[in-house]
Design a protein around this ligand. Structure first.
Ligand SMILES: N[C@@H](CCC(=O)N[C@@H](CS)C(=O)NCC(=O)O)C(=O)O
Length: 205
């Protein structure tokens, strides 16, 4: 808790979208106050909250007069407004490639990821195991891209960046779903381990 004119983060602790913002706030050492939003009580759909985010979702960040939503856009804002340390490559081409990787991790992985997530929310006996197995296989194939992108680099875009912050909440959930660790994805496994050693990531686990 920071008080005064600190950044405000409207947060639900287990939300992956909030977690990726918290990683960036911590990496930049930015003090912030948490405003809890109880998603189970549907507080995110109340008129006062909808004035901040018309989509009725967390996270919302308030920084002075600026009210923002959409976690990936919030992270870009934080990196531009508070550039120390910089969390995007300097080179324009590399920056664009970093964004492609974020888009890939968020959007191209989404269909099989959501299939497993929804099945896991059901009672075990209600689950469609064939759908889970098919989605796991699809994810294993899609995740090979990260194996290649990592190569010998410690992080997805070389140095630690917004790409790592954006995707780590999804990857820790892939562990929870039993998709990872995967012996076919050793570099991804080492990256997750490296990520979990960072205090910013430890704080969201
Ligand atoms: N694209 C948005 C997604 C935000 C989102 O889906 N937040 C979830 C929590 S992880 C939420 O607030 N869900 C409540 C609801 O949709 O009513 C972002 O990146 O911030």
């Amino acid at each position: 808790m920071a008080g005064g004119n600190a950044i405000k983060l409207y947060d639900f602790p287990s939300s992956p979208n909030c977690q990726r913002v918290k990683v960036v706030l911590a990496e930049k050492n930015l003090p912030y106050d948490i405003v809890p939003v109880d998603l189970k009580q549907k507080e995110q759909k109340k008129p006062d909250f909808l004035k901040l985010n018309p989509y009725g979702k967390v996270p919302v960040v308030i920084d002075g007069a600026t009210v923002l939503y959409e976690s990936l856009i919030i992270n870009e804002y934080l990196d531009e407004k508070y550039p120390d340390p910089p969390l995007m490559p300097k080179d324009h081409g590399k920056r664009a490639k970093a964004r492609i990787l974020i888009d890939y991790g968020m959007n191209h992985l989404d269909t099989p990821y959501q299939t497993i997530r929804k099945e896991m929310m059901k009672e075990e006996k209600e689950r469609d195991q064939a759908a889970i197995d098919k989605a796991k296989q699809e994810l294993e194939n899609l995740l090979q891209r990260f194996e290649r992108e990592l190569g010998d680099q410690p992080y997805l875009a070389g140095d630690f960046s917004l790409v790592d912050a954006a995707l780590i909440p999804r990857f820790t959930r892939l562990e929870g779903m039993g998709v990872l660790p995967d012996p076919a994805l050793p570099r991804v496994g080492a990256w997750i381990k490296r990520m979990k050693e960072r205090p910013s990531v430890r704080a969201i686990l």
